[in-house]
Design a protein around this ligand. Structure first.
Ligand SMILES: Nc1ncnc2c1ncn2[C@@H]1O[C@H](COP(=O)(O)OP(=O)(O)OP(=O)(O)O)[C@@H](O)[C@H]1O
Ligand SMILES: O=P(O)(O)OC[C@H]1O[C@H](OP(=O)(O)OP(=O)(O)O)[C@H](O)[C@@H]1O
Length: 231
Protein backbone atom coordinates (compact mmCIF):
# COMPACT_ATOMS: atom_id res chain seq x y z
CA UNK A 1 0.00 0.00 0.00
CA UNK A 2 1.24 3.51 -0.81
CA UNK A 3 0.99 5.93 2.09
CA UNK A 4 0.55 9.58 1.21
CA UNK A 5 1.76 12.29 3.59
CA UNK A 6 0.64 15.85 2.85
CA UNK A 7 3.11 18.57 3.81
CA UNK A 8 2.83 22.36 3.54
CA UNK A 9 4.00 23.58 0.14
CA UNK A 10 4.17 27.20 1.28
CA UNK A 11 3.42 29.45 4.17
CA UNK A 12 4.53 29.62 7.75
CA UNK A 13 4.65 25.87 8.38
CA UNK A 14 6.63 24.74 5.34
CA UNK A 15 10.21 24.89 6.65
CA UNK A 16 9.46 23.54 10.13
CA UNK A 17 7.48 20.61 8.73
CA UNK A 18 10.32 19.57 6.41
CA UNK A 19 12.84 19.92 9.25
CA UNK A 20 10.87 17.54 11.49
CA UNK A 21 10.80 14.87 8.79
CA UNK A 22 14.52 15.35 8.17
CA UNK A 23 15.20 14.81 11.89
CA UNK A 24 12.90 11.79 11.79
CA UNK A 25 15.24 10.19 9.25
CA UNK A 26 12.77 10.78 6.43
CA UNK A 27 14.61 12.97 3.96
CA UNK A 28 12.23 14.37 1.39
CA UNK A 29 13.14 15.10 -2.19
CA UNK A 30 10.92 16.58 -4.87
CA UNK A 31 9.95 14.29 -7.71
CA UNK A 32 11.04 15.97 -10.93
CA UNK A 33 12.05 19.57 -10.39
CA UNK A 34 11.95 21.84 -7.33
CA UNK A 35 8.55 23.23 -8.23
CA UNK A 36 6.95 19.80 -8.26
CA UNK A 37 4.05 19.18 -5.88
CA UNK A 38 5.03 15.54 -5.37
CA UNK A 39 7.91 14.20 -3.34
CA UNK A 40 9.43 10.96 -2.16
CA UNK A 41 11.22 9.87 0.97
CA UNK A 42 14.65 8.29 0.71
CA UNK A 43 14.51 4.67 1.80
CA UNK A 44 10.72 4.66 2.24
CA UNK A 45 9.54 3.36 -1.11
CA UNK A 46 5.90 3.02 -0.08
CA UNK A 47 5.59 6.63 1.01
CA UNK A 48 4.77 9.55 -1.23
CA UNK A 49 4.60 13.22 -0.33
CA UNK A 50 1.92 15.61 -1.58
CA UNK A 51 2.75 19.31 -1.14
CA UNK A 52 -0.40 21.34 -0.45
CA UNK A 53 -1.40 24.45 1.51
CA UNK A 54 -2.19 24.04 5.24
CA UNK A 55 -5.91 24.52 4.67
CA UNK A 56 -5.99 22.02 1.79
CA UNK A 57 -4.12 19.53 3.96
CA UNK A 58 -6.75 19.66 6.69
CA UNK A 59 -9.48 19.07 4.10
CA UNK A 60 -7.68 16.13 2.45
CA UNK A 61 -6.95 14.38 5.77
CA UNK A 62 -10.55 14.86 6.91
CA UNK A 63 -11.80 13.39 3.63
CA UNK A 64 -9.30 10.54 3.80
CA UNK A 65 -7.77 11.46 0.45
CA UNK A 66 -4.33 11.40 2.09
CA UNK A 67 -3.16 9.18 4.95
CA UNK A 68 -1.19 11.69 7.01
CA UNK A 69 -0.63 15.41 7.02
CA UNK A 70 1.00 18.24 8.88
CA UNK A 71 -1.41 21.07 9.56
CA UNK A 72 -2.81 23.30 12.31
CA UNK A 73 -5.17 21.81 14.89
CA UNK A 74 -7.39 24.89 14.40
CA UNK A 75 -7.88 24.12 10.71
CA UNK A 76 -8.82 20.48 11.47
CA UNK A 77 -11.27 21.39 14.25
CA UNK A 78 -12.82 24.17 12.20
CA UNK A 79 -13.10 22.04 9.07
CA UNK A 80 -14.89 19.00 10.49
CA UNK A 81 -17.50 18.25 13.16
CA UNK A 82 -16.55 15.32 15.44
CA UNK A 83 -13.06 15.49 14.01
CA UNK A 84 -11.60 13.00 16.51
CA UNK A 85 -13.74 10.26 14.95
CA UNK A 86 -12.28 10.98 11.53
CA UNK A 87 -8.68 11.61 12.40
CA UNK A 88 -6.03 10.91 15.00
CA UNK A 89 -3.81 13.71 16.27
CA UNK A 90 -0.59 11.65 16.44
CA UNK A 91 1.87 14.31 17.59
CA UNK A 92 1.99 18.01 18.43
CA UNK A 93 4.99 19.31 16.58
CA UNK A 94 5.99 22.38 18.61
CA UNK A 95 5.64 25.05 15.90
CA UNK A 96 2.81 26.99 14.28
CA UNK A 97 1.57 28.04 17.72
CA UNK A 98 -1.49 30.27 17.66
CA UNK A 99 -4.54 30.71 19.89
CA UNK A 100 -8.08 31.05 18.61
CA UNK A 101 -9.55 33.70 20.89
CA UNK A 102 -12.60 35.86 21.63
CA UNK A 103 -11.59 39.51 21.60
CA UNK A 104 -13.67 42.61 22.35
CA UNK A 105 -12.95 46.36 22.09
CA UNK A 106 -10.64 47.55 24.89
CA UNK A 107 -13.16 50.28 25.70
CA UNK A 108 -15.68 47.69 26.86
CA UNK A 109 -14.41 48.22 30.41
CA UNK A 110 -17.04 46.04 32.10
CA UNK A 111 -16.42 43.06 29.84
CA UNK A 112 -13.51 40.84 30.84
CA UNK A 113 -14.96 37.33 30.90
CA UNK A 114 -17.36 35.15 28.91
CA UNK A 115 -19.91 35.57 31.73
CA UNK A 116 -19.78 39.34 31.11
CA UNK A 117 -20.29 38.68 27.42
CA UNK A 118 -23.34 36.51 28.19
CA UNK A 119 -24.89 39.59 29.82
CA UNK A 120 -23.95 41.84 26.92
CA UNK A 121 -25.43 39.42 24.37
CA UNK A 122 -28.67 39.11 26.36
CA UNK A 123 -29.16 42.91 26.50
CA UNK A 124 -27.85 43.67 23.05
CA UNK A 125 -31.10 43.60 21.10
CA UNK A 126 -32.91 45.77 23.66
CA UNK A 127 -30.10 48.31 23.63
CA UNK A 128 -29.13 48.32 19.98
CA UNK A 129 -32.07 46.78 18.12
CA UNK A 130 -29.97 43.94 16.71
CA UNK A 131 -28.00 40.90 17.81
CA UNK A 132 -24.34 40.98 18.86
CA UNK A 133 -22.27 40.53 15.69
CA UNK A 134 -19.10 38.40 15.73
CA UNK A 135 -16.61 38.64 12.86
CA UNK A 136 -14.74 35.40 12.22
CA UNK A 137 -13.61 32.82 9.74
CA UNK A 138 -13.90 30.20 12.50
CA UNK A 139 -17.68 29.84 12.47
CA UNK A 140 -17.76 26.22 13.68
CA UNK A 141 -15.41 26.85 16.64
CA UNK A 142 -17.33 30.04 17.44
CA UNK A 143 -20.71 28.29 17.46
CA UNK A 144 -19.40 25.44 19.62
CA UNK A 145 -17.84 27.85 22.11
CA UNK A 146 -20.66 30.39 22.28
CA UNK A 147 -23.71 28.13 21.98
CA UNK A 148 -22.66 24.77 23.40
CA UNK A 149 -20.12 25.82 26.02
CA UNK A 150 -21.49 29.18 27.15
CA UNK A 151 -25.19 28.96 26.27
CA UNK A 152 -25.13 32.20 24.26
CA UNK A 153 -27.77 31.92 21.55
CA UNK A 154 -28.37 35.54 20.60
CA UNK A 155 -25.57 36.49 18.25
CA UNK A 156 -24.88 36.72 14.55
CA UNK A 157 -21.73 35.56 12.79
CA UNK A 158 -20.35 37.90 10.14
CA UNK A 159 -18.06 35.86 7.94
CA UNK A 160 -14.68 37.52 7.60
CA UNK A 161 -12.00 36.20 5.31
CA UNK A 162 -9.32 38.74 6.15
CA UNK A 163 -8.52 41.73 8.37
CA UNK A 164 -10.94 40.38 10.96
CA UNK A 165 -9.41 42.55 13.68
CA UNK A 166 -10.57 45.64 11.79
CA UNK A 167 -14.25 44.66 11.90
CA UNK A 168 -15.21 46.32 15.23
CA UNK A 169 -13.61 49.64 14.22
CA UNK A 170 -15.23 49.59 10.78
CA UNK A 171 -18.61 48.76 12.31
CA UNK A 172 -19.14 45.48 10.44
CA UNK A 173 -19.13 43.53 13.75
CA UNK A 174 -18.97 44.16 17.51
CA UNK A 175 -16.39 41.56 18.55
CA UNK A 176 -14.17 38.99 16.86
CA UNK A 177 -12.99 35.41 17.05
CA UNK A 178 -9.59 35.05 15.41
CA UNK A 179 -6.14 33.65 15.75
CA UNK A 180 -3.40 35.44 17.63
CA UNK A 181 0.23 34.60 18.21
CA UNK A 182 2.20 37.65 19.40
CA UNK A 183 -0.95 39.68 20.13
CA UNK A 184 0.32 42.68 18.20
CA UNK A 185 -2.53 42.73 15.67
CA UNK A 186 -5.09 42.74 18.49
CA UNK A 187 -3.27 45.54 20.31
CA UNK A 188 -2.95 47.61 17.15
CA UNK A 189 -6.72 47.34 16.73
CA UNK A 190 -7.51 48.15 20.41
CA UNK A 191 -8.97 44.74 21.13
CA UNK A 192 -8.49 42.63 24.28
CA UNK A 193 -8.80 38.86 24.75
CA UNK A 194 -11.36 37.83 27.36
CA UNK A 195 -9.79 36.14 30.41
CA UNK A 196 -11.50 32.82 29.64
CA UNK A 197 -11.85 33.57 25.95
CA UNK A 198 -9.24 31.15 24.60
CA UNK A 199 -11.17 28.72 22.43
CA UNK A 200 -8.19 26.64 21.34
CA UNK A 201 -4.43 26.56 21.82
CA UNK A 202 -3.44 25.48 18.32
CA UNK A 203 -0.15 24.28 16.89
CA UNK A 204 1.03 22.21 13.95
CA UNK A 205 0.23 18.51 14.35
CA UNK A 206 0.94 15.25 12.60
CA UNK A 207 -2.59 14.09 11.80
CA UNK A 208 -3.68 10.67 10.50
CA UNK A 209 -6.89 9.90 8.63
CA UNK A 210 -8.55 6.99 10.42
CA UNK A 211 -8.70 4.26 7.75
CA UNK A 212 -9.34 0.51 7.99
CA UNK A 213 -6.38 -0.14 5.72
CA UNK A 214 -3.99 1.34 8.33
CA UNK A 215 -4.64 -1.44 10.84
CA UNK A 216 -2.34 -4.03 9.29
CA UNK A 217 0.16 -1.60 7.83
CA UNK A 218 3.46 -1.50 9.76
CA UNK A 219 4.63 1.59 7.86
CA UNK A 220 1.81 3.62 9.43
CA UNK A 221 3.11 3.02 12.95
CA UNK A 222 6.70 3.43 11.74
CA UNK A 223 5.92 6.93 10.44
CA UNK A 224 4.28 7.98 13.71
CA UNK A 225 7.20 6.66 15.74
CA UNK A 226 9.81 8.24 13.50
CA UNK A 227 8.16 11.66 13.81
CA UNK A 228 7.71 11.33 17.58
CA UNK A 229 11.40 10.56 18.06
CA UNK A 230 12.27 13.77 16.20
CA UNK A 231 10.41 16.00 18.65
N1 LIG B 1 0.30 34.40 13.28
C1 LIG B 1 -0.42 33.47 12.67
N2 LIG B 1 -1.41 33.83 11.88
C2 LIG B 1 -2.16 32.93 11.23
N3 LIG B 1 -1.99 31.61 11.30
C3 LIG B 1 -1.03 31.18 12.10
C4 LIG B 1 -0.19 32.07 12.82
N4 LIG B 1 0.69 31.33 13.50
C5 LIG B 1 0.41 30.06 13.24
N5 LIG B 1 -0.62 29.95 12.40
C6 LIG B 1 -1.22 28.70 11.92
O1 LIG B 1 -0.88 28.52 10.56
C7 LIG B 1 -1.92 27.80 9.89
C8 LIG B 1 -2.26 28.52 8.62
O2 LIG B 1 -1.11 28.56 7.85
P1 LIG B 1 -1.06 29.25 6.43
O3 LIG B 1 -1.60 30.64 6.55
O4 LIG B 1 0.30 29.05 5.88
O5 LIG B 1 -2.02 28.30 5.64
P2 LIG B 1 -3.21 28.47 4.65
O6 LIG B 1 -4.42 28.92 5.41
O7 LIG B 1 -3.35 27.19 3.92
O8 LIG B 1 -2.67 29.56 3.70
P3 LIG B 1 -3.45 30.41 2.65
O9 LIG B 1 -4.47 31.17 3.49
O10 LIG B 1 -2.36 31.28 2.11
O11 LIG B 1 -4.03 29.44 1.69
C9 LIG B 1 -3.08 27.70 10.88
O12 LIG B 1 -3.12 26.39 11.40
C10 LIG B 1 -2.71 28.68 11.97
O13 LIG B 1 -3.13 28.27 13.24
O1 LIG C 1 -0.92 37.96 17.08
P1 LIG C 1 -0.15 38.33 15.83
O2 LIG C 1 1.27 37.88 15.90
O3 LIG C 1 -0.31 39.77 15.48
O4 LIG C 1 -0.74 37.46 14.63
C1 LIG C 1 -2.11 37.38 14.33
C2 LIG C 1 -2.42 37.79 12.94
O5 LIG C 1 -1.65 37.06 12.00
C3 LIG C 1 -2.49 36.48 11.03
O6 LIG C 1 -2.63 37.24 9.93
P2 LIG C 1 -1.56 37.28 8.73
O7 LIG C 1 -1.30 38.70 8.43
O8 LIG C 1 -0.39 36.42 9.02
O9 LIG C 1 -2.32 36.75 7.50
P3 LIG C 1 -3.32 35.54 7.29
O10 LIG C 1 -4.53 35.82 8.14
O11 LIG C 1 -3.63 35.65 5.83
O12 LIG C 1 -2.61 34.27 7.66
C4 LIG C 1 -3.83 36.33 11.76
O13 LIG C 1 -4.93 36.26 10.89
C5 LIG C 1 -3.87 37.53 12.65
O14 LIG C 1 -4.43 38.62 11.98
Amino acid sequence: MTITIALPSKGRMKEDASAIFERAGMTISAVGNDRSYRGRVEGWDDVEIAFLSASEISREIGNGTVDFGVTGEDLMREGFAEVDKRVEFCARLGFGHADVVVAVPEIWLDVDTMADLVDVAADFRARHGRRLAIATKYWRLTQQFFSSQHGIQLYRIVESLGATEGAPASGSADIIVDITSTGSTLRANHLKVLQDGIILHSQACLVRARKESHTDEPAVQAIIEAVRTAL
